[in-house]
Each structure stands twice: as C-alpha cells, then as structure tokens.
Design a protein. Structure first.
Length: 133
C-alpha cells in the first residue's frame, strides 16, 4: 500500500504536469490507473480528489455549472481527509486553491461562469521542487 510519505512516482509527476497545463482529462487517466491499484487510504483519497477537481474543471469548461460544483464539492470532501503534503504534493495549497475556485464559481453563478479568472484554477505544487509548467 502506498503512503503519502513516499516520493512521487513518475506517473504522479506526469499527472501533476498534465493537470497544471489544463489537461485535466489526461491527468485523470494517469491518476485513475494509480487509483484503481490502491487500497483504501490517504493516497487513494488524494488521487480521487485530484481526479474530481479536474473533472469539475472539465464541467466548467463545458459550461456545466451544476456538474462543476457537485464534483468540486466531492473533491473537497476527499481533500478534507488529508493534511500537509502527499507524495511530494502540497495538499494544503491545493485545498486552498480548490476552495478559491469554489468561491469564485459561486460568486459568478451559471450565467457568468465563463468569466472565471484563470488565476482561480488550482495548481498542484511540488514540495521542495520547482513547480511543473
């Protein structure tokens, strides 16, 4: 069973890069393979949460406000199970970013959700490393 204390694998680093480039669907596929291999635990919660935040962003891109908010909320629930960092990723910063995204989307509402400031899209930051592009 993997733990959050482990260094990020090649696949996790690939998912970070994809997510941060806005390739949320592709990041989902990488993390989904890892998620399916894991037993219950903090790493599984974390991968599932990143998948869900990415899915929320895909819903946002497609103009599906209700879908974005529902999946984002589920992602935040899974993130609430975690603290600090997980596999080299700053979980606390990602939680803050996901909460800011939720607040921004709530303020804009369905009619104006396309006006979301790109700075409100959360990024995955690596602890003690350069942030991927």
């Amino acid at each position: 069973m993997q733990t959050c204390e482990q260094e990020p694998s090649k696949e996790v680093l690939e998912a970070v890069e994809l997510f941060n480039r806005g390739e949320w669907f592709e990041a989902h596929h990488v993390l989904d393979r890892l998620y399916m291999q894991e037993e219950k635990g903090e790493v599984r919660y974390f991968h599932q949460a990143v998948i869900q935040v990415g899915a929320a962003l895909i819903h946002w891109q497609k103009g599906n406000f209700d879908g974005a908010m529902a999946v984002l909320e589920r992602g935040l629930q899974h993130l609430s199970e975690l603290r600090g960092s997980c596999q080299g990723i700053d979980v606390a910063d990602f939680i803050l970013g996901a909460k800011r995204l939720r607040e921004a989307l709530q303020a804009l509402g369905p009619a104006r959700m396309s006006e979301l400031d790109p700075a409100r899209i959360p990024k995955l930051k690596l602890v003690g490393r350069e942030r991927p592009s």
